[in-house]
Design a protein. Structure first.
Length: 74
């Protein structure tokens, strides 16, 4: 699990860093923290879905991403 999380965090952090280089993401965004938050949100949504299969995990993640993108956008 540690390797899975580290790998996922590194992959997401690298994508956000690329967004910084492209000018799409604010320079002050902590890429590792942002990646960790994305993983934490997805884990929480997955837990809710496991407890209630009627829960729309994808809709929850899409809703979060809209806010997240607006927050980190340059």
């Amino acid at each position: 699990f540690q390797l899975r999380y580290a790998g996922a965090r590194d992959l997401i952090s690298a994508a956000i860093a690329q967004g910084k280089r492209d000018g799409d993401v604010r320079e002050d965004v902590d890429t590792d923290m942002a990646a960790s938050l994305l993983i934490a949100i997805m884990d929480g949504l997955q837990m809710q879905w496991l407890l209630n299969e009627q829960f729309d995990m994808l809709a929850g993640f899409d809703t979060f991403l809209a806010t997240f993108r607006a927050t980190i956008s340059a």
